[in-house]
Design a protein around this ligand. Sequence first.
Ligand SMILES: Nc1ncnc2c1ncn2[C@@H]1O[C@H](COP(=O)(O)OP(=O)(O)O)[C@@H](O)[C@H]1O
Ligand SMILES: [Mg+2]
Length: 277
Amino acid sequence: MTVILTVANEKGGVGKTTTAVNLAAGLALRLRDEAAPKSRVLLIDMDPQGHALLATAYGSETVTAQESLSALLTETPPPSIQRMLRVSQNHENLFFLPSNRASMVDASRVLPTLMANESRLKNAIQPILDQFGYIIIDTPPTTGDLLINSLVASTHVLIPVETSYLGVSGLRELQRTIEEVRMHFQPNLKVLGYLPTLCEEQRAETQDILAELQKRYPKLVLSPIHKSSDLAYAHSAHMDVFTYRPPRQRDANQIESSSRPTQEYASVVEKIMKLTR
Ligand SMILES: Nc1ncnc2c1ncn2[C@@H]1O[C@H](COP(=O)(O)OP(=O)(O)O)[C@@H](O)[C@H]1O
Ligand SMILES: [Mg+2]
């Protein structure tokens, strides 16, 4: 069964996009030698900002609204999703759907007026589900139809939490949204875990937040991602960290790297594969 994982947190700047991008790339690298469809990963960018797509080295080409994700969400009948699929320039088994900022903003405005407005993404990806092992969805930092469509389409949710002041405080609203989605659409939607991000070991605040997370969500806290300029540099170079700081070794069972962020995201990839097996 295809694992469809939404990366969500209604707060901005907590590492959602960084996590979605590197998770998708790490899974693609890790599963590269598997037989298709298991080896194939799809990254869907539901944030109108389109920042996740930058890491596929896509962005220079312009797409019309009709050729992009927004049309899948709003048109009846939707255009062919099969023809819309593009392959990342960094990984031959990582795919994405082109997006266009203006038309995604329009889509978020019209969705509430459309029939089945919460299930549009779920319905749109139905025809291609059997072609992918993992589908990773990045989301905007707002509650609304784009986030709800992502959750309704998903089997799992991963929640990055910034390990700084107020990092934990905004999670209640997301939990309520997840509960609503479970009640009305997707009873099996599973929270895979909370991923501490932007950790700075030497700061007492980081330790406090990690302890607080452990207390609130025992067994659901993943091993943290530390602050690392490589993650920001990689993204501005239109790369994921596995491309920017390639692992020295990648065998059938794991990725090993001397670069800390590469190794940390590789660990998240392993954990996610284990939890979704
Ligand atoms: N672990 C990290 N170390 C350093 N910079 C990071 C890290 N995670 C994210 N960033 C940077 O922080 C900013 C916000 O991250 P981003 O992933 O875009 O968050 P969100 O999608 O939740 O808004 C970006 O500039 C990103 O490059
Ligand atoms: Mg983002």
